[in-house]
Design a protein around this ligand. Structure first.
Ligand SMILES: Cc1cc2nc3c(=O)[nH]c(=O)nc-3n(C[C@H](O)[C@H](O)[C@H](O)COP(=O)(O)OP(=O)(O)OC[C@H]3O[C@@H](n4cnc5c(N)ncnc54)[C@H](O)[C@@H]3O)c2cc1C
Length: 394
């Protein structure tokens, strides 16, 4: 710990770390956990008074097992890659944070239209996604609660509901236990050479060897505030509805315009497949037209849903513009904004463990291993000259 819990140190106006991370969403926290475990001194800076105030607490809490994205992405290679990254995150989170998960006895059910069953099985097989046709016995718990059309086939799959608060609390605990700092209520104001000025409490200067922006939908704004050229990102508004729990298992269709519902204890949270629309600014305000379609999709799939108790919310997803008029990319990004400044966009929450490993490898390459002798082959000369930007992982 460096000063967060120590009153003496609270008054420090200058402090230093190896990696300063802006943003305490899943990208920032997962990177901080991995880097502290490698022995780096890490400080996470978050302007809100609590962690997880951004997109990371405004999602379905769907720990993807690759089932959905293996099918929802047109390009087969991309679909397999996203599904594999989800599987990687699914395995790690399931292994390391079991208390954050819905009990696995509540298996999830994926609904696929009959004409896509053969292709779905091929795609799931190629991405290592676990599935088996759901039997009448598997479905007994949901008959009547879930409308499954005559041309639709249900499959039992590995997807899980995740209580994002429990995961964040565990990440925070691990980061602090490994000597990291999470400084909430502090905002970066000015970027110096290997340092950033923070306001919130007493003005402080944080010295770093590498600065990592994990600021999600605020990335363009933060770049503007710190005088950095932002990556070309777009914002996509997407909607959720929360209802008292409807079924035992989570149930989702993979077809566009259908509902996908993930369960958490007493709650069901449903989204509308492929509802994302570009917006100019981050917003939590729902679009009434999309909210209406979401409610209709939920009622079509869950005829007993009491939508009078429902609450629709919105949040924004982020992608990097790859070409004018390109479809929304589901790819993750780790890139360079300036010589000692990186940014990370994790794709989905489920992909954060994968993305954090990409970041960790980049930091090892840049900073070496703390307290460990370099091998003769290690050269940490940067491949980038000042002003030139490099994508680490696209
Ligand atoms: C509607 C919706 C549903 C989704 N459903 C799922 C799902 O079920 N499963 C899944 O795997 N993924 C899902 N996602 C994607 C997932 O939520 C995001 O990919 C993930 O939360 C992004 O994490 P992040 O840390 O990059 O961003 P965020 O969680 O937004 O964190 C960014 C942080 O940066 C902070 N920040 C802002 N300005 C500054 C500043 N100046 N300095 C420092 N910090 C700053 C913010 O306060 C915030 O805490 C969904 C996304 C949306 C929008």
């Amino acid at each position: 710990m460096f000063f967060e819990e120590s009153p003496d140190r609270q008054s420090l106006s200058e402090f230093s770390c190896d990696v300063a991370i802006l943003g305490a969403g899943f990208a920032g926290l997962m990177c901080a956990r991995k880097l502290t475990r490698l022995g780096y001194r890490v400080a996470v800076i978050e302007p809100l008074t609590e962690v997880l105030g951004g997109a990371s607490s405004r999602n379905e809490g769907w720990l993807h097992a690759g089932t959905y994205h293996a099918l929802s992405i047109g390009d087969r290679d991309q679909a397999r890659q996203v599904a594999e990254r989800c599987r990687y995150g699914w395995e790690q989170i399931r292994r390391d944070f079991p208390e954050a998960l819905e009990p696995e006895g509540h298996a999830a059910i994926a609904i696929v239209s009959e004409d896509r069953v053969a292709e779905s099985a091929r795609r799931w097989d190629s991405a290592g996604v676990g599935y088996r046709p759901a039997s009448a016995r598997d479905l007994k718990v949901v008959v009547g609660d879930v409308a499954i059309g005559p041309n639709e086939r249900p499959f039992l799959v590995d997807d899980l509901g995740l209580d994002v608060r429990v995961l964040a609390a565990r990440l925070g605990h691990e980061i602090r236990a490994a000597g990291g700092v999470i400084l909430t209520g502090h905002r970066p104001t000015a970027l110096g050479e290997s340092s950033v000025q923070l306001t919130g409490g007493p003005t402080r200067t944080l010295h770093f060897r590498t600065l990592l922006l994990a600021t999600g939908y605020a990335t363009s704004k933060v770049c503007g505030e710190l005088g950095l050229e932002p990556p070309a990102i777009r914002l996509w508004r997407s909607h959720l509805i929360a209802l008292p729990r409807l079924t035992g298992p989570s149930v989702f269709s993979v077809a566009g315009g259908h509902a996908a519902m993930i369960n958490h204890g007493p709650w069901s949270i449903a989204g509308l497949n492929e509802d994302a629309e570009i917006v100019p600014e981050p917003t939590f305000e729902p679009n009434p037209e999309v909210a209406r379609r979401l409610v209709e999709a939920v009622v079509a799939r869950f005829p007993r849903a009491d939508i009078s108790a429902a609450h629709v919310t919105a949040c924004v997803k982020v992608d990097v513009i790859e070409a004018p008029n390109a479809a929304r990319s589901l790819n993750i990004r780790v890139g360079e904004l300036a010589q000692d400044v990186l940014y990370v966009l994790p794709g989905k929450m489920t992909e954060a463990p994968f993305t954090a490993d990409v970041v960790a490898r980049e930091i090892v390459g840049r900073l070496g291993m703390p307290g460990v002798c370099d091998r003769p082959i290690d050269q940490r000369s940067m491949s980038v000259s000042a002003g030139e930007r490099r994508e680490v992982f696209v």
